[in-house]
Ligand binder design. Sequence first.
Ligand code: FES
Length: 74
Amino acid sequence: RRMVLVKAEAAGINPDIRKNEDKVVDSVVVAELAKPLTAYCRCWRSGTFPLCDGSHVKHNKATGDNVGPLLVKK
Ligand code: FES
């Protein structure tokens, strides 16, 4: 079990989003959201990160994973 954990840590989760930054951090002021419901990406595959663009569907089909967005209501 420890071997699997070490491999996952070495592979990382972020394939290509803002790799020039030490840490990818975003903040949101909920009161300033434009829409009543906003979806934020948690799969790290969105072309509009940090917003979800539906790329998790393709990722889940290709890998058998089950990731999805965080929905924030205004
Ligand atoms: Fe990443 Fe939807 S695109 S959670």
